[in-house]
Design a binder for this molecule. Structure first.
Ligand SMILES: [Zn+2]
Length: 192
């Protein structure tokens, strides 16, 4: 995908938690694993008003609930917050295989399908994805929606996030898709 400079990222790294005797929120990636995919989410439950009013409120929720978190979130004004370092496997998908190999990004949106994704949010998200894609050699085709990998019980991001336009706008950078494919063909297979 296209190269992008590092966007402005605020950081509020979560403290580790324990849940039922296991790590909650995040854990070390399997030995030697690097992220080879990006999973896009929306924060809302599908009810109006469920999108979290701010990046801090989302961080408070992650920390208090102690079970699941994503690495990054982008709010409706295009501000970006990081909660978990990329070298950790955050529990953002209920598929453990995906958590080990991916980076999770949340869009603050109620996921009803009627709350718009403002341009500022889409632009900042693209910049973040291109930055991470360039940094880790992740190809545009390894950027997926949560509902694509877990269609039985997830619908995020909602259908009004224009997915085809978004992935097309990432561009294809020389080398990046080759590198990502080579990684995926090795020990880190994409569990597609
Ligand atoms: Zn999700």
């Amino acid at each position: 995908m296209e190269q992008a400079d590092e966007p402005a990222i605020q950081r509020r790294l979560l403290m580790p938690t324990q849940h039922d005797g296991h790590a909650g929120l995040f854990t070390s990636r399997p030995n030697g694993y690097r992220p080879v995919a990006i999973v896009m989410h929306a924060t809302g439950s599908g009810k109006a008003g469920s999108e979290f009013e701010s990046l801090d409120a989302l961080g408070d929720f992650f920390q208090r609930q102690g079970v699941a978190a994503s690495h990054f979130a982008v709010d409706r004004r295009g501000r970006i917050m990081q909660y978990v370092r990329e070298d950790q496997a955050a529990f953002h998908a209920s598929r453990p295989g995906w958590n080990g190999i991916s980076i999770g990004i949340e869009l603050l949106n109620d996921n009803t399908g009627s709350q718009p994704f403002p341009d500022a949010q889409v632009v900042a998200t693209r910049q973040l994805v291109q930055y991470l894609g360039t940094r880790y050699g992740i190809a545009a085709e390894a950027v997926v929606q949560h509902r694509d990998i877990q269609p039985e019980d997830r619908s995020d991001p909602a259908v009004n996030f224009r997915w085809d336009d978004f992935t097309r706008s990432l561009g294809s950078g020389v080398g990046s898709s080759t590198q990502s494919r080579r990684t995926a063909e090795g020990s880190q297979r994409l569990p597609l």
